[in-house]
Each structure stands twice: as C-alpha cells, then as structure tokens.
Design a protein around this ligand. Sequence first.
Ligand SMILES: NC(=O)c1ccc[n+]([C@@H]2O[C@H](COP(=O)([O-])OP(=O)(O)OC[C@H]3O[C@@H](n4cnc5c(N)ncnc54)[C@H](O)[C@@H]3O)[C@@H](O)[C@H]2O)c1
Length: 335
Amino acid sequence: MSGEAILVTGGAGFVGSHAVRELVDRGFRVVVADDLSLGHRAAVHPQATLAVLDLGDRAALARLFEAHGFFAVMHFASKSLVGESMAYPFRYLRDNVVNALNLVELCVEKGVKRFVLSSTANLFGEPDVMPIDEAARIEPGSPYGESKHLIERILLWADRIHDVRSACLRYFNAAGAHPDGSLGEDHQPETHLIPLVLDAAAGRRSHIEIFGSDYPTPDGTCIRDYIHVCDLAVAHALVLDLLGERSCRFNLGNGTGYSVREVIDAATRVTGKAIPVREGARRPGDPPALVAGSALIRKELGWSPRFADLETIVRHAWAWRQSHPQGYGDRATVA
Ligand SMILES: NC(=O)c1ccc[n+]([C@@H]2O[C@H](COP(=O)([O-])OP(=O)(O)OC[C@H]3O[C@@H](n4cnc5c(N)ncnc54)[C@H](O)[C@@H]3O)[C@@H](O)[C@H]2O)c1
C-alpha cells in the first residue's frame, strides 16, 4: 500500500493535517483538497500536494481524481459546528451531504474502493447508556450530526451496490497537538474546551465559563471523552488495511471521560497558571456525560490510544499554543 496516492479532504484542518502527517510518515503520496475556508496552508505537510478547491466544485474534483488515480479517500472537510448547524440546518445538510455525495460518486466512477469518513459522536444525540458503543441507537443531536448520519447511509449503499468499502469513524472530542510541535489546533472561532481553557491560562481570554455545575456527575460538571489527535490519525491509517476486506463503523474515544473541572485542573497543573472560572447556566442539549466505548476498534485493529492521559493531551496542546500564540498566523484571532 505504501507509495499509493490518498486524497485527504480537509487536510489543512486540525484532524486532517495530523492524518496527512501520519500518512506521509507511512510512505503514502498524499493529495490534500481543501478550500482553506477554515484550514491553513501552513498546516499542510510540505511533502503533500495541496489542491485549493471547494468540494462543491465537482468538475475540479473529477480532474483531481483523473490526475492522481487515488487508492483511497479520507474525508475530513466539513462544516462541523453543532450550534451553527442549529441556526443554519439546511446549509449544513446540503453542503455536507452534497460534498460527500460528489466524492462518493467519483470514487464509484474512478474505481476508488476505500473511503474513510470523519463521523461524529453527535450521531448518538443524548444517549442514556454509557459508554456509547456501536450498538447505541442513532438519534442525531443536530443537523450537523444528521448530515454525518446521511453520509454514513450513502456509504452503506456505495458498499452494497458498488463495492466501495468505507470506515466511518465516530469521534468524540479531538484534542492535543503533534508532540513535535509542528501541528496543532487553530480554529477561528474556537469552540473546543481545551484550547479555550489554555487561552484563559495565557490571559488571552478573561475567564472560562462552566456551563452548568449541577449535573449528576461527581463534580457536577459535564463529562466528555477527549481523544488525542495523533491517536485519531493512527486509527485512520490502520483502517485502510481492513477496507481491503470489508466496511466498518467504529466509535473512537479514550474510553475515559473527564469533567470540565478536571480539564481546568489539568490545565492549571500543566501551565502553572491560575485559570479564572465563572459558573454559568447549563446549555440546552448538553448531556451530562458522553464517553465512547472503543472496544471494537481495539479488538479488530489492535488500536489503542498512545496519549490517553488527559495531562499529556493538555501538555501537547499547551506546547503548541505557546510556540504558536497566533496559531498558524494567517487569520485574525477571534476571541
Ligand atoms: N474536531 C473534533 O473534535 C471533531 C469531532 C468529531 C468529528 N470531527 C470531524 O472531523 C473532521 C475534521 O474536523 P476538524 O476539527 O479538523 O475541522 P477543521 O475545521 O479544522 O477542518 C476542516 C477542513 O475542511 C476544509 N473545508 C471545509 N469545507 C470545505 C469545502 N467545502 N471544500 C474544501 N475544503 C473544505 C476547511 O478549510 C478545513 O481545512 C470534520 O469532518 C468534523 O466533523 C471533528
């Protein structure tokens, strides 16, 4: 497989750029398709080819497939803000689903048989059984989650009718940064807890707000599953082999949940800074706990997180924040 060409959509974004790095390190030829609407040119590995294009431009995509003869597609590019999708449901459903459909159809037309999708834990909405395994009921919590569910369904038919094998990787909260400090998280606006807490530690924001401290959890704050972005990248590379045989759906997480307070405490220890906290009201639709059951991918692929411990995840994210205070430096910072 090494030496084959892989198309990575969204390879200039947070998770995609780490996957590109993993694929290049494993000897693949990587082509990134990204419109740079949210991603960063500087995040694209120097050995990868960058095609700046919108996935809505089917003709441009078709030319890319024609030029490179891809062995596999990894699809990260997406709109992925849950709150924004509640405000603009049809934009989310249309863009995410149509763009994926373009890609899947091109795979069928050009004979590409392996497809890896960045799916999401939002597929499961507010589940009542924890940890959340692959048997959990799918009841998307937002139009964003629904768009990923629809893409999973499209992939099911691509498998049944056209033998395109797909891996749907449902992740929880991607976090951390590459341990060598070359890649990290630079979202504008930032909505993820760990970078926001680190911004508060660095004095770039006045405080961190805890949305609800009366949940039925040990310290009253929400529990979430944080998975190191490099562990996600490894899982993406590992499924390529399995796709030679069959399609698969895996929930991907640390298996250990951490509360908002535990994240703040870990960030306090790692940074050595006091982090101002304000306790606010619960946000509608925030379940008390979301933790992945990743037993299946552990069993079937021998995958296990290398950086499972929260303090390591926060340490890598902090190292990136310190060495890149303006992120990749190509956009004005939005507080
Ligand atoms: N970050 C997380 O915690 C998380 C959790 C679960 C699932 N996911 C999924 O993982 C994927 C990557 O997430 P991320 O945090 O790296 O996102 P990101 O915003 O950092 O990266 C997305 C990339 O896709 C590009 N893009 C968006 N729309 C495009 C289009 N129409 N054409 C071409 N390029 C386009 C952006 O420019 C960006 O580089 C997404 O599909 C997301 O839904 C992320």
